[in-house]
Ligand binder design. Structure first.
Ligand SMILES: Nc1ncnc2c1ncn2[C@@H]1O[C@H](COP(=O)(O)OP(=O)(O)O)[C@@H](O)[C@H]1O
Ligand SMILES: [Mg+2]
Length: 341
């Protein structure tokens, strides 16, 4: 790597994108996109189908040229220095890129040779990466016989052969079942632990939440929001109080009481019968205190009260006015802060 650009958000920038535009006829796939990915971090580019994510990745991979704007990766310009740039990147797309007729090992070996590794080095690298992605046992079988998860792991291994400084993952788990998705996430986390900079595109909130530290939200070729995940959630405002009475029979009376007191936030209080909790939307610490006070005054014994930030789904909805992507599994409720009762 040569020059690394300075980044307005601090830290050294591995990917810098300024005013990127790409049209397909009447379609503005990219309509003036700005983006900075700090070295050693995962930038999540979150957006629904057709937002322009793949177009961005293809420009940053030098596969297509932008109509306007600039982009550099590890200091190399996508238009003027494509050959140097290609040497520092790895790419895993939404669709498998390996040769199905060839065994996993052969696929990796050939890519190594294409990248100018010696026979000996290509062999060693193939062995090492198959081991790393838990594919050693399947090494001699044609990739066409692999399960979806194994294929995606082989793809990740293939993208790592050239020891990329910057890795693009374009919807790496779209179409995978939840368990396989978790496997892929674990691999990505391990790669990030090794210091690789990642630009991850996804339409899944949960995936962004799992892997990315910062987000750029895109819709219809435009950046509509950017920042840390917690920052974006906080910007939308509001939290949800989750109150669990010891006696589930208290749930409904409690809900009615809180609604009648009129101390809650934007939406109505709802009962989550499955978890035996009451969800109370609140807008301020004062409202939180008022709810706790009302529950106490009523003499209801509560086993827990937690607060949750809005989910990324709610953030996206609030930013764009429409939901992103396909329906997803429930969000992990990992934003809870215990509140003393
Ligand atoms: N090769 C192409 N020819 C014409 N239109 C395209 C082409 N590639 C993408 N588009 C259009 O550009 C927009 C952005 O596409 P894409 O970058 O693939 O979005 P995403 O990856 O976020 O789903 C879409 O409206 C898509 O139909
Ligand atoms: Mg795409």
């Amino acid at each position: 790597m040569t020059r690394i650009d300075d980044n307005p958000v601090g830290g050294r920038s591995a990917v810098t994108v300024r005013g990127l535009v790409k049209h397909y006829g009447e379609t503005k796939a990219l309509d003036g996109v700005d983006l900075d990915v700090r070295e050693g971090t995962v930038m999540g580019v979150l957006g629904p189908n057709g937002a322009g994510k793949t177009t961005l990745v293809r420009i940053l991979s030098t596969l297509i040229a932008p109509d306007a704007g600039q982009a550099t990766v590890a200091g190399y310009d996508v238009v003027r220095q494509p050959r140097q740039l290609r040497r520092v990147i790895g790419l895993t797309g939404q669709y498998a890129s390996v040769d199905e007729k060839l065994p996993g090992w052969e696929n990796l070996y050939l890519i190594g040779r294409l990248l100018d590794l010696s026979r000996k080095d290509a062999r060693a690298r193939a062995d090492e990466l198959l081991e790393r992605f838990s594919l050693t046992e399947a090494a001699r079988r044609p990739a066409g016989t692999y399960s979806g998860g194994m294929r995606r792991r082989l793809d990740l291994a293939a993208s790592m052969i050239g020891r990329p400084a910057v890795l693009y993952l374009d919807e790496p788990t779209t179409g995978l079942d939840p368990r396989t998705r978790n496997e892929v996430w674990d691999e990505v986390k391990a790669m990030v632990g090794d210091g690789v900079t990642v630009l991850l595109t996804t339409q899944y909130m949960e995936e962004a939440e799992q892997l990315a530290s910062e987000l750029t939200v895109v819709d219809r070729g435009k950046v509509i929001a950017k920042g840390g995940i917690e920052e974006l959630k906080a910007r939308v405002g509001g939290r949800t109080l989750r109150v669990r009475p010891v006696d589930p029979l208290e749930l409904r009376p409690l809900a009615t009481m809180l609604d009648e007191l009129g101390i809650t936030g934007l939406a109505a209080t709802t009962v989550d019968a499955e978890t035996g909790t009451l969800l109370v939307p609140i807008l301020s610490d004062e409202q939180l205190t008022a709810v706790v006070g009302a529950v106490t005054a009523r003499g209801i014994t509560v086993s827990s009260i937690t607060t949750e930030l809005p989910s990324l789904d709610e953030v996206f909805l609030s930013l764009t006015g429409h939901r992103a992507g396909a329906p997803q599994d429930a969000m992990p409720a990992d934003d809870r802060q215990e509140v003393a009762v």
